[in-house]
Design a protein around this ligand. Structure first.
Ligand SMILES: [Fe+2]
Length: 340
């Protein structure tokens, strides 16, 4: 799926960006794997403020990454917006970004949410936390390490190890506890599963409601969404569900990001940097994060009510580039211990 604010066909977008470079001064071409309605407002506000036309191609992150690789130096992409640090890291490993130096971005985006050399910047964040049945679970796990404790045998639901959220979580455990600690954790957690990994994050929370699981591992926004709008199998029982932000007295809760970086061969580099700086502004931060019930990347920006409902917590501030580089190792560990 792709959309552009000027309703260009894909062919026209490429023609505009490559064959007519003179027209390209007033444009920015965004490849995005985000597709939330509130993002529309982001793009139109940017155009209103700067006069720069936003052309968009939307698709799955891996498809957009493959496409940029295939297009090479002729790629019309100025920016790549993706979700999850491990996907962003993969794009960076393929050389798809270029460094950006911006005083605005450095001042606004916390150090742990951006690449050390400015290859990408996290603009919204989500925590990977525990949701549990308040009646059945009297002493919920308080740390990621607790998930591997035999006292939770047969109680935990988590999605598959092939999912990027699972990989980035284990990547963070490798970063904090080393390889041996990570192997032990993955093995212990596998033994505590209530069922073979299946479905998305919402399905893990649904499992708590249905009674199949006592404890679910999920990103915060899936629960916040069920507060904001009716989500089948969750919202009707939302008062029975408690949540724990893990590792509050140690490393803090594991965070992940929606991020954007300037493409290595961006034909409209200056406009791309302007767009990133715009995304770091208060108003854009609110749209960007609220669109998916996420936490803003920039400190002090008001949270949407469904997000604020979860309360304050301490976030893991280890740099996400540092965490994401462990994702290939994380997949190996899951495979080695037989975590599906
Ligand atoms: Fe998600």
């Amino acid at each position: 799926m792709f959309r552009t604010t000027r309703r260009l066909s894909l062919g026209l977008l490429l023609a505009t960006a490559t064959a007519l470079p003179a027209m390209a001064e007033g444009e920015v071409n965004i490849y995005s794997s985000r597709h939330y309605d509130t993002d529309e407002r982001l793009y139109s506000d940017f155009t209103d403020a700067t006069g720069i036309t936003v052309n968009r191609i939307e698709g799955k992150a891996d498809e957009l990454i493959a496409r940029m690789e295939a297009e090479g130096v002729n790629s019309p992409a100025d920016l790549l917006i993706t979700v999850d640090a491990s996907r962003t890291w993969r794009a960076d490993q393929k050389g798809l970004f270029q460094p950006v130096e911006s005083g605005i971005l450095d001042a606004r985006i916390p150090e742990y949410l951006r690449h050390p050399d400015g290859h990408w910047f996290g603009f919204s964040q989500r925590a990977r936390i525990f949701f549990y049945d308040k009646e059945r679970v009297q002493n919920p796990p308080q740390t990621y390490a607790d998930l591997a404790d035999p006292r939770f045998e047969g109680q935990i639901c988590m999605r598959s190890s092939t999912n990027v959220y699972s990989q980035t979580l284990l990547a963070s455990i490798i970063a904090h506890d080393g390889q041996d600690g990570a192997i032990e954790w993955a093995d212990g957690l596998k033994n505590n599963l209530a069922r073979a990994p299946q479905g998305g994050d919402t399905d893990q929370i649904r499992g708590v409601v249905s009674g199949e699981c006592d404890i679910a591992v999920s990103n915060t926004y899936y629960f916040s969404r069920a507060i904001r709008v009716p989500v089948d199998g969750v919202s009707e029982a939302i008062d029975n569900i408690g949540w724990i932000f893990p590792n509050q007295s140690t490393t803090g809760a594991h965070m992940n990001i929606s991020s954007a970086g300037v493409a290595a061969h961006a034909p409209n580099r200056e406009n791309a940097v302007k767009f990133l700086e715009y995304l770091a502004g208060d108003q854009a931060q609110q749209y960007f994060s609220a669109g998916n019930d996420e936490y803003p990347g920039v400190a002090g920006v008001p949270l949407s009510p469904s997000v604020a409902a979860l309360g304050y917590f301490r976030a893991d501030t280890l740099n996400l580039a540092k965490i994401a580089e462990n994702t290939p190792e994380a997949q190996k560990i899951y495979n080695a211990v037989g975590f599906e």
